[in-house]
Design a binder for this molecule. Sequence first.
Ligand code: A2P
Length: 300
Amino acid sequence: MVTEFFTLNTGERIPAVGLGCWMGSPGAFDLRKGMEIALKAGYRHFDTAALYGNEDVVGDSIRASNVPRSEVFVTTKLANGRNDVQAAFDESLKKLNIDYIDLYLMHWPQATDSFVNCWKQMENLLETRKGKVKSIGISNFSVKTLNELLPHCKVIPAVNQIESHPYLPEWDVVDLCKKHNIVVTAYTPLGQANSPILKDADIMRIAEETHTTPGQVTLSWNVQRGVGVLPKSTNETRAAQNIDLITLSEDQMDRINKISENPARFGRLNKIVYDPASDQVLGWSMEKMGWEKTPYHRAA
Ligand code: A2P
């Protein structure tokens, strides 16, 4: 394992690997099974959201495991459209049915009419819900939206969770976050089902060289450059592989760093939130998101 934890700007420690708890449309993946496998395999970091509709399953599974609460790191996220941040937070806490939330994220910059106002409410939680939330952060912020938010922050976000993998390294976002001591975590770190990354010739070659799997190489690369990963698997073998990461050589890191220079190997692989008809993400144009206009279809 390269790094087991990253330290947040709040002083809290976040395990570098967590289980992504969005398990697809209801019934697509069995989260109860995924949680049970993950807890047994040693996962201690779980990433859910109000929008996933499964905070209760996450909380139930943690309690059923008998792993002490203090050893588990739980992230959940504010649903878009909630202007009443405090009430939304209380609902999540109640559904999770745990004493506190380790990390509460604004799920999207589209959260409310204004993400700056939303962030101010997130900041208030640290006072009004003292002890109930340890760290607050954001998700899906680009360089553009970060630069719009940061001048208004009394509290710098502890985390920015974004899509990232070797086909979408997001160097500029990662660099800006590093500068402000914001830990980046990556969703879709394997590229979702039938991922081209896991069949990529360079990734496969490095897996052979290191006697690991393409999944382990892909995740190790992100962790080694300081980015946390939130993979998901309901398969025991793959779930165990995904927390058993390695140290890559400088040359291997370089080869992975260069992958996305090839336009055929560059693009977003999470298609859930993208509407090709309008070319928008949850009602925002790519320009407004500050996302590069990478064709979603290209690498998929
Ligand atoms: P499965 O549950 O059958 O393992 P992401 O985390 O980027 O959303 O990707 C999840 C997808 O990747 C799922 O289809 C999952 O399928 C698959 N997956 C998870 N871990 C691995 C791995 N180590 N190797 C190959 N595929 C994996």
